[in-house]
Ligand binder design. Structure first.
Ligand code: SF4
Ligand code: SF4
Length: 387
């Protein structure tokens, strides 16, 4: 049987967003909204494009600005006409515009929702915008009343990282799964580094979260730590940052333009084609953006070849690597330092613990095997294996 590869299409109904988060690099007010004809073009484009199972993620800007009617038409259209690709859906939103009507449409298709919350109200609003927390919580209530699953992504900035203990406690005490995202330099700001999280600090934050997670494993899930551990335990990446995302991920902008990922939407130099022209995989790979993505893959093969984590890290995120340099491939993802830090930490602890348990079997004592080694990652490995 042929191995099926995960295939991801991000649909960006608009780049507009009603919030003005301080570090956001994507929102454009008054931006046009995707028409239902463009959704129909997406269907036609994908009918014979490839036969791997597809996940559609609605992303933005703020995808709920497209309104209930858009989803009422788009979701059955994609589901019924592409049933041979077994479509799954996800949606990333700040929840401000969620109405009971929209929630019912999304619930009918059991769409898991990702939202954003940077921690307790004052901290969140100081870096997102005044009133953000309450608006998001109002939407969260509507989502829950309608049986929708919501998980929050927490953006850590150069400012909020100083409050990592409060942020972790907030997620723990409120029973929320923690998924974190490091703030990137904003390409549209006059001071792009102001909010960006320094890669070394990001590495230390990940190690801190590894410890806190293991201490509280029965009370919280820290998604990124799961992802890093799965990489080390299985030798395979499971999220886009840690696989070769090129050729398996695409994004469609409001006007039907195809890009390598939602992060490039709105950057004309990264347009690979348009859904109305039904480009094939080869057509997209031949576009200059497609070529640039492949050049990144070759660059990683050369530059990271001595790194013991290359098999699953794959140079990190190509957007992080090439967008800030105006498209020139001069380095891997700047978060390399953080990735190495956490991958090394997990593999060293795992080796130490395995040697310790081997020593015990051979008649040693636990004191010599794990003393000072910090909390155990093997328990995390067992928990992940049982899922
Ligand atoms: S460019 Fe980065 S964020 Fe986009 S799919 Fe690739 S790894 Fe993921
Ligand atoms: S950790 Fe750094 S050097 Fe190693 S594969 Fe990832 S980006 Fe390359």
């Amino acid at each position: 049987m042929l191995h099926k590869k995960p295939f991801h299409v991000m649909i960006i109904p608009t780049l507009g967003c009603p919030s003005k988060c301080s570090y956001c690099w994507s929102s454009e007010e008054g931006s046009p909204v995707m028409s239902i004809e463009t959704v129909s073009d997406i269907v036609e484009w994908l009918k014979d494009f490839r036969d791997d199972p597809v996940t559609f993620t609605f992303h933005g800007g703020e995808p709920l600005l497209a309104g209930a009617d858009f989803y009422r038409k788009a979701l059955p259209m994609l589901t019924e006409n592409l049933s041979h690709l077994s479509p799954n859906f996800a949606l990333q939103t700040n929840l401000w515009r969620l109405t009971p009507e929209l929630a019912q449409v999304l619930a009918e298709f059991k769409i898991p929702i990702g939202s954003s919350l940077d921690g307790p109200k004052d901290l969140n609003d100081s870096q997102r915008s005044e009133g953000y927390y309450e608006r998001t919580m109002r939407g969260y209530e509507i989502a829950r009343e309608n049986g929708l699953q919501v998980q929050f992504i927490c953006t850590f900035t150069s400012h909020s990282v100083k409050f990592k203990e409060e942020i972790f406690s907030y997620f723990l005490e409120n029973g929320l799964t923690l998924k974190l995202h490091p703030a990137l330099p904003s390409l549209r700001s006059s001071d792009p580094e102001k909010w960006a999280l320094d890669p070394e600090e990001y590495g230390e934050l990940l190690v801190y979260l590894l410890d806190k997670y293991i201490e509280n494993m029965d009370r919280i899930e820290v998604r990124n730590i799961n992802d890093y551990c799965r990489c080390v335990f299985t030798g395979r990446g499971t999220v886009c940052t840690f696989v070769d995302c090129m050729e398996n991920t695409f994004a469609v902008g409001p006007d039907g333009s195809i890009y390598p990922c939602y992060r490039f939407v709105g950057m004309p130099e990264y347009v690979m084609g348009n859904v109305r022209d039904r480009p094939s995989r080869e057509d997209l790979a031949r576009s200059s953006a497609g070529q640039r993505m492949l050049q990144f893959k070759e660059y990683v093969n050369r530059e990271c070849k001595k790194c013991k984590h290359i098999r699953y890290c794959r140079g990190g995120c190509p957007y992080n690597a090439i967008a800030p340099t105006g498209g020139e491939i001069k380095g891997v993802d700047p978060h390399c330092v953080a990735y190495k830090r956490i991958f090394d930490e997990i593999s060293e602890r795992l080796n130490r613990e395995m040697m310790g348990s081997f020593g015990l079997e051979m008649g040693g004592t636990s004191a010599t095997s794990t003393r000072g080694a910090g909390p155990g990652v093997m328990s995390l490995m067992r928990m992940l294996a049982s899922k």
